[in-house]
Design a protein around this ligand. Structure first.
Ligand SMILES: [Cu+2]
Length: 123
């Protein structure tokens, strides 16, 4: 697991380096909130039974980071079941990657189905 993480960090560094030169030309990059906005990742925070933001635009294969700030567990699950985090415990963060083809993917929390949002996947 440690080796795997190290490889991921190396790969992440390469991706960052590869993207560095054209980052300013990627218009969608400013749609990604949070501390990871400069890399190929998007962050969604769950707070007060809401996904913040409730709409994110990501590139295919981009990492999505979900942090649960609430005191109860939540999930972020595609309505069509194609992706999902499983239950995120209070205070925990999960990372996942969307491999779905470009399109619009509504999602919800399976536990609290009034919690909804949308992930838009672009090339
Ligand atoms: Cu929930």
């Amino acid at each position: 697991m440690i080796i795997f993480t190290g490889v991921m960090l190396v790969l992440g560094g390469l991706v960052l380096a590869a993207c560095g030169s054209n980052a300013s030309s990627v218009g969608a990059s400013n749609l990604h909130p949070g501390p990871s906005s400069s890399g190929r990742s998007a962050t969604i925070v769950i707070s007060n039974f809401q996904f913040i933001p409730d709409q994110v635009v990501v590139h295919q294969g981009e990492e999505i980071i979900v942090h649960n700030e609430d005191s109860v567990g939540h999930t972020l699950t595609a309505n069509n079941g194609s992706f999902g985090t499983g239950v995120i415990s209070p205070g925990h963060t999960v990372h996942f990657i969307i491999h779905d083809k470009p399109g619009t993917y509504p999602f919800l929390c399976r536990i609290h189905q009034f919690m909804t949002g949308t992930i838009v996947v672009v090339k």
